[in-house]
Design a protein around this ligand. Structure first.
Ligand code: MG
Length: 461
């Protein structure tokens, strides 16, 4: 039987800052991206700040309005990475099947009997447990509200609960007493992550089986599950689906028709089914390149318009890199002309009779959208003869993992990384391009002056 733990720190950046500086403890604090942008957003808010309604992603002045006494602390990515490393070292004691999901989240599959037999290190898992925790374990005191009629003591989950409590106590003693995490335990990743989100801070929730999973699903909103963002929620709402009960009544056929292959995932979600595997980093599929292209719905030779499209594409490429914890070196930019332009040297594209051109440049490892854009734009300007174009694309290859050793030590670059992380978090939560770089906003304004309406379709490669 598969048992998966999802461990997620509460108000991570803020808690790490409060751990490092005891004077900040118990006080509402916000972690900012630094002083590079004037109106910065909060990368994290402490539990105390959240009580005033302050949320991650708010602008500083909004946070100050809700909570005038909020203390703003500049983020320090080194500190967070160091803490994450220590936390992962604790988790490694319990299982080799560990997937790092983000800087403050990880999935862990407990070794089953078969793997225990293969790996003697995990055979005596109960020996590594803190004996105090094992002895005082009082299941009645655990707030397992969603599994009230389920006797955890006689289930396979009892050991997982012990491990979860052990992890919590080791985090407190080895990382810091101010650092807490919520742990969700379940039979698959999706349900483990959901369980972990049900109780914050310092939560511990078990969803032991599909029957209980469906009970939980029927109590929550559609977008409370990982995998249903605002756009999918809206599309489901348009189909008359507002909760998981109704989603379960939708036929697989209709979901496939509306969402293509994602329809199957939504169909499974509503039933608490998830086949995704815990992917230890060493087993992660190798991604060879990441790219996006955009087919414009009209022919254009307007450099501003092309620049704007490239900016969006490069931001998307960069976000995908960061989501996969990758950096890349080789940037390829290409375009397709609308017509055979007379007198322009291009190589001919066999498909569709279009001509186009493309070239690549290798730079220093990056996952920053602006870096990628600058290179892609340079390539484009070198290639482009000023003819009308129909499609433009950008990709990055020569990829490698973004491991802490690869991170830059230059303070300017570290600041950019924090800002980027904050941008990603907000855009993940509120949708692509909720927050944009200043240069993109100015281009959007220029674009509005054009009063030309156009559809922005993006094809993922
Ligand atoms: Mg968290």
């Amino acid at each position: 039987m598969t048992i998966i733990l999802h461990v997620d720190f509460n108000s991570y950046f803020a808690a790490v800052e409060q751990q490092a500086n005891p004077r900040l403890r118990g006080k509402p604090i916000g972690v900012t991206g630094g002083d590079r942008i004037k109106r910065t957003v909060l990368g994290a808010a402490s539990v105390e700040a959240k009580r005033f309604g302050v949320k991650t992603g708010m602008l500083e002045w909004q946070a100050k309005q809700l909570c005038p006494q909020i203390i703003l602390v500049q983020g320090d990515s080194d500190k967070y990475l160091e803490t994450t490393k220590r936390f992962l070292n604790i988790l490694k004691c319990y299982s080799p099947y560990l997937e790092v999901f983000s800087i403050d989240e990880a999935f862990m599959e407990l070794p089953n009997n078969k793997s225990e037999a293969r790996n003697p290190k995990y055979e005596t898992i109960s020996n590594v447990l803190n004996p105090n925790v094992q002895n005082v374990l009082d299941f009645k005191n655990l707030n397992l509200e969603f599994v009230s009629d389920f006797d955890i003591r006689i289930s396979n989950f009892a050991n997982a609960v012990r491990i979860a409590l052990d992890i919590k106590s080791r985090i407190k003693s080895e990382i810091g007493e101010w650092i807490t995490c919520s742990i969700g335990i379940s039979y698959n990743k999706l349900m483990a992550k959901l369980a972990g989100s049900l109780q914050k801070p310092d939560g511990l929730v078990v969803i032991p089986n599909q029957e209980e999973a469906i009970k939980v699903l029927d109590k929550i909103e559609l977008d409370e599950i990982c995998g249903i963002g605002p756009r999918i929620k809206k599309r489901l709402n348009n189909m008359g689906i507002f909760d998981f009960q109704t989603l379960r009544q939708a036929s697989l056929q209709s979901l496939l028709a509306s969402f293509k292959s994602y329809g199957q995932i939504l169909y499974n979600m509503a039933r608490g089914i998830d086949y995704s595997k815990v992917m230890p980093f060493y087993e992660k599929e190798e991604v060879k390149s990441i790219g996006h292209r955009h087919t414009i719905d009209h022919d254009t030779d307007d450099p501003l318009e092309i620049k704007q499209i490239l900016l969006k594409l490069t931001e998307m490429v960069a976000r995908r890199l960061r989501a996969k914890n990758l950096v890349g070196k080789t940037i390829h930019c290409w375009y397709r002309s609308a017509l055979h332009p007379p007198g322009v040297v291009t190589f001919s594209h066999p498909e569709g009779g279009f001509t186009g051109n493309g070239m690549q440049i290798t730079i220093q490892c990056t996952n920053d959208g602006l870096d990628i854009f600058k290179t892609a734009w340079k390539v484009f300007r070198n290639l482009w003869g000023g003819e009308k174009i129909r499609m433009v694309g950008v990709s990055i290859s020569n990829l490698r993992s973004q491991i802490p050793q690869n991170l830059s030590l230059l303070p300017e670059i570290k600041k950019t990384e924090i800002i980027t992380k904050v941008l990603d978090k907000i855009n993940d939560k509120y949708g692509e391009f909720t927050l944009q770089r200043g240069i993109m906003i100015s281009l959007n304004n220029a674009d509005n002056c054009n009063r030309r309406s156009r559809v922005f379709r993006v094809t993922s490669l």
